[in-house]
Write a protein that binds this ligand. Structure first.
Ligand code: FES
Length: 220
C-alpha cells in the first residue's frame, strides 16, 4: 500500500519502519498528554469557585452500614482516597480514654477534622459513638494502614490494644485514628465531613446542610 492510499476496510495494515515510528510517536504523545493533565489538574482545581471546586474534587459518597457488624470495618472511595467506616464494640470504645497518655493529639486539637462537627466527640473522633469514619491514609508519607483489631498479636509491639498499623514505617493509630507516640506519622487520620441520613446510611464528604464539601485536613 502506498503512503497516501486510503485504507481498505478489512485490509491488514503492514508493519514496517514507518509504522513502528508512527506507533512510537503516538504512544509518546499519549504519555506526555497524560502527564500534562496530571500536572495542570491542581492549579485548575485551585482556581475554581467553591461549588465547582467541590464537583471537581469529588462528590459526597453514600455509605450503607446496615450490614456492618460490631468490630467490622468497610471501605469505600471518596476523592480517589480510601474512606473507612469502623463499627466499634462497647469494649473497644471503653479502651479509648485509657490511651490518652500515649497519643500525640488525644483530644483532636489539630485540624484533622472539620470544625464544629455536630455531635463531635474528640476522644472517639466521631459523631456517633460506634461509628468511626476516617480517610485511610497514613499522615506520614501516605501509605494505607492495616486494620488490626486483635489484642497483642505477635508481630506488633507489646501492649497493642487494637487499631491501625502502617506497614511502611510502623506508625500506629488507635481505634479512633489517633496517632500514637513514637510513630513517624505526625497527625491523626483525617475525619471527613459526614452525617447520618438515617440509622443505616452515612453521607461522607459534606454536612447535612450541604456545607463543607471543600474541606481538607492539615495533612492527608
Ligand atoms: S507512610 Fe505510614 S508510617 Fe510512613
Amino acid at each position: 500500500m502506498t503512503e497516501n492510499a486510503p485504507a481498505v476496510p478489512g485490509t491488514p495494515i503492514e508493519d514496517g519502519p514507518d509504522l513502528d515510528r508512527r506507533r512510537m510517536l503516538t504512544t509518546t504523545t499519549a504519555i506526555v498528554g497524560a502527564v500534562g493533565v496530571a500536572l495542570t489538574a491542581v492549579p485548575f482545581i485551585e482556581s475554581l469557585e467553591p461549588s465547582e471546586k467541590a464537583r471537581a474534587l469529588g462528590s459526597p459518597v453514600t455509605l450503607d452500614i446496615s450490614k456492618l457488624a460490631p468490630g467490622e470495618m468497610m471501605s469505600a472511595e471518596w476523592r480517589q482516597k480510601p474512606i473507612w467506616v469502623l463499627h466499634r464494640t462497647a469494649e473497644q470504645l471503653a479502651e479509648l480514654p485509657k490511651l490518652n497518655g500515649q497519643l500525640k493529639d488525644p483530644l483532636s486539637q489539630e485540624p484533622q477534622q472539620p470544625a464544629n462537627l455536630p455531635g463531635w466527640n474528640p476522644v472517639q473522633r466521631s459523631i456517633h459513638p460506634k461509628y468511626l469514619v476516617v480517610v485511610g491514609i497514613c499522615t506520614h508519607l501516605g501509605c494505607i494502614p492495616k486494620y488490626r483489631p486483635q489484642l497483642n498479636p505477635p508481630d506488633l509491639p507489646a501492649g497493642w490494644e487494637g487499631g491501625f498499623f502502617c506497614p511502611c514505617h510502623g506508625s500506629r493509630y488507635d481505634l479512633s485514628g489517633r496517632v500514637m507516640d513514637g510513630s513517624p506519622a505526625p497527625l491523626n487520620l483525617p475525619v471527613p465531613p459526614h452525617y447520618f441520613k438515617d440509622a443505616n446510611t452515612i453521607s461522607a464528604g459534606e454536612l447535612a446542610d450541604g456545607s463543607q464539601q471543600n474541606w481538607e485536613p492539615d495533612t492527608w
